[in-house]
Design a protein around this ligand. Sequence first.
Ligand code: ADQ
Length: 470
Amino acid sequence: MPRLVIISNRAPSLDGAGDSGGLVVALKDALKSRGGLWIGGAPATSENPSPTILMHERPDFDIGLFELEPQLQHDYYLGYSNSVLWPAFHGRLDLIDVREHYTSAYKEVARRLAEMVAKVIADDDILWIHDYQLIPLAFELKKLGVSNKMGFFLHIPLPDLQTFKAIPNWMELSEWFAAFDMVGFQTRRDLAHMIDIFRQTMRGELRFNGNIDINGREISLGCYPISIDVKGFAEMAAEKAQTVDPARLTRLIGVDRLDYSKGLPQRLAGYEQFLADYPDYCGKVSLLQIAPPTRDNVEAYQDIREEMEATSGRINGRFGTIDWVPVQYMHRALPRDELAVLYRYSYICLVTPLFDGMNLVAKEFVAAQDPEDPGVLLLSQFAGAAEEMKEAVIINPHDPHGLSRAIKQALDMSLEERKERHNALYERLAANDVSKWSAEFLRRLEKPAGIPGARHPSLKLPDVPFHAGQ
Ligand code: ADQ
C-alpha cells in the first residue's frame, strides 16, 4: 500500500498534545494503517526559514514542518487566505481585502512548498492536500514534474460562480483546482458549484462516471461530509458527566470560533427576541456562548468581537436581574472533555452560521447527549451539516422571530419527540463517522469511479456558454 502524505497549513503538534480534535483524529487512523507523513507549517515563523522540510520521526506517523518568514506568513495566511478566500468563499464579498502582494505571497508559499515537498516524497506516495490555504499546490508540483496522485479536500464552502468570479484571479483559481486528480467537498451544494465553475470557466465536460473532463484530462469530484469520532466523543461526554454536578438551569449553548461566518450576532438577536416574546422564561433560561478568538489581527474579526461584547452586554442590561444573567459569554477555548459535558447538560444547542462548510459543533452536540434525555439541536439551513441532519430543528439565522419560535418549540418539545429526533441523528452520525470519511476519500482517490452523493439535480445542468475571460 503506498504511503499517505497529508499536507495542510498547520501540522499537528510534535508531542501529540492538543491532537484530540478535528483533522488529526480524522487522519490518524489512515496515517497509522499505511505509514504516513504529515507536512504542515511550523508553529512559529522564522526570519531565516529553513529551505527544506524539517523532518520529525514519530512512532505513529512522521511530521514534516515548513517555515516561513513573518511577513510572508502574514500576507499568505492573514492576507490572501483569510482576507480574500475565506470571506469570498463564505459569500462575504463586502469583507474581501484585495491586495496584489497578498496574492503574490499566496502563490510564493505554494511554489516554495512544492519545491520542498518534491524533495521528500517517493514516486508512489499518495498526496492528500487540505483546504483553501493550499489550492495551488498540485499546480505547482506538476510544474516541477511531480506525477504522484494528488487529492484535495475543501473544508469550507465553495461559492456559486458569480461570487467566485468576484475574486480577481478567479481564472487562476479554477486552473489550480483543475490540477488535482480528485477534489472532494463537504456538500452536494459545493460539488454542484465546482461543476458549474469548471463548465463555465474551463469548458469542463461532465462524464457519465461523474468525473469532469477538462482539456482531455479527467478529474474526479465527490462529496464527502466530514464528521467526528462519534463514539469516542459520546463516551467522553458520558464519562465526564459522572464527575460534574449539572446545576441544571434550562441552558442554551453556543460554541464557535469567533468568526463572522458563524452568525453570532444573529443568534443573539434571536435569543433577545425570544426573551421579549416569552417573558415567562426570563430568570429560567440562560445562554452560554463560548467563542474563542481567532485571526485577531484581521479587522473584521476585531469588529465581530466588539459587536458580540456590546450585544451581550445590552441583552444583560435589558433583561438581567440581580440573580440572573441572560447571556454568559466566554471568550476562550475549553478542554474537549469540558466542552463535551457542557453540551450534555444543555437543553438546546444553537448552531446559526450564515454559511458553513460542515459545522462539527452540531455533530459534537448530538454525540454528547444522554440518549434517555437528549437536548435539541437548532441548526441553520446554511450549515453543510443541515444536508444530513434533517431531524434537527432547521432554522433561518436571518429571521429573529423564527429563531425565537424555534427556541420555544425546543423548550416545549416532549421527551418522546426529543428521543426520536436524537436517535435518528445519532444513528446516522455513528454510521458515518470520521474514519469512514477519510477511508472513503482515500478509496476514491486511489480508484476514481462514480460520484458519491451525486443525486443532486444541479448536476444535470443544461449546456452553458463559455464565459472564461469575461
Ligand atoms: P471551523 O470553522 O473551525 O472548521 P467547526 O466545524 O464548527 O468550524 O469546528 C470547530 C471546532 O472547534 C469544533 O471541534 C469545536 O468543538 C471546536 N471549538 C469551538 N469553540 C471551542 C472552544 N471554546 N473550546 C474548545 N473547542 C472549541 C472548518 C469549517 C467547518 C468544517 C471544519 C471541518 O469552517 O465548516 O466543519 O473545518 O472540516
